[in-house]
Design a protein around this ligand. Structure first.
Ligand SMILES: Nc1ncnc2c1ncn2[C@@H]1O[C@H](COP(=O)(O)OP(=O)(O)O)[C@@H](O)[C@H]1O
Ligand SMILES: [Mg+2]
Length: 252
């Protein structure tokens, strides 16, 4: 185990870390969808990728960790499915996906948690959730930089990161910081996805080249997504999903 809680005020080893390792032991791969920025399509990509992998017969877990604005439950359409308790918490199966979200704990209330409390809630969530045997655990990460990402690395050591950006110099500025951070801590990077492409541009490809990471291709701007929320069948029929399938091929 050897890992120590990085909350500098508390130097004692956190017993939950060992439990988390046990909880994740039958999870084959962990993909974490990150961007550093909000509104670039992380939740939509994480959810669609989960549906695509499930459709291919893989067992998939989807974990929405966005404490600021959980949204996978809306995209997926969870229809009141709730976790159940059995010496831990068992995620409900929604459209074949084992689904867990911070929304089960924070609801629609304005978030009372901040800073280290979020980190603590995240640790607790991982310690109680029983994923069982899962081929892929897809994690929708919070938009923050730094602490949030370091928490993911600390708590889920086998995480592989899927970076999402839009082809905008504004998004890329944040994404550059995030990429540098991930490279610095030697976290495995699956590559970078260019989402919401409207016109031809090389911005994201150049970003990938500059940092020596894989460019996973574009996802075009799709005007029909809104009406697909809570309707996986419809979502899987979109151009958006077709683009995500191409990306899935490159990372599996
Ligand atoms: N390729 C795309 N084409 C059109 N709209 C998109 C696309 N990707 C994401 N969106 C929309 O952008 C908004 C933000 O997406 P979301 O997945 O919530 O981003 P994030 O999780 O990064 O904050 C949503 O309304 C979503 O429907
Ligand atoms: Mg989101």
């Amino acid at each position: 185990m050897g890992r120590v809680h990085k909350n500098f005020k508390v130097r004692a080893p956190d017993p939950r870390l060992a439990i988390i390792d046990e909880r994740l032991k039958d999870v084959k791969r962990i993909f974490v969808v990150v961007s550093g920025k909000g509104g670039v399509g992380k939740s939509l990509i994480a959810t669609t990728l989960s549906l695509i992998l499930t459709k291919r017969g893989r067992s998939v877990g989807l974990l929405d960790l966005d404490f600021h604005g959980p949204s996978c439950h809306i995209i997926l359409g969870t229809k009141g499915a709730m976790p159940t308790e059995e010496k831990g918490i068992i995620p409900p199966e929604v459209h074949g996906i084992k689904f867990m979200s911070v929304v089960y704990y924070v609801g629609d209330e304005p978030l009372p948690l901040r800073g280290t409390e979020i980190s603590d809630a995240f640790t607790e969530l991982l310690a109680i959730t029983k994923w069982g045997r899962v081929d892929y655990l897809i994690v929708d990460a919070p938009p923050g930089m730094g602490e949030e990402v370091l928490d993911v690395i600390r708590l889920m050591e086998r995480s592989e990161f899927l970076i999402v950006t839009t082809p905008s110099s504004l998004a890329l500025k944040t994404v550059s910081r995030l990429t540098r951070l991930l490279l610095e801590v030697r976290a495995p990077i699956l590559g970078v996805v260019e989402n919401m492409r409207i016109t031809e541009t090389k911005l994201v490809e150049e970003h990938a080249k500059k940092f020596g990471i894989k460019y996973l291709g574009p996802i075009l701007f799709d005007y029909n997504l809104e009406e697909c929320f809570s309707n996986p069948k419809k979502l899987l029929g979109t151009k958006f999903a077709r683009n995500v399938r191409d990306i899935a091929k490159k990372i599996l």
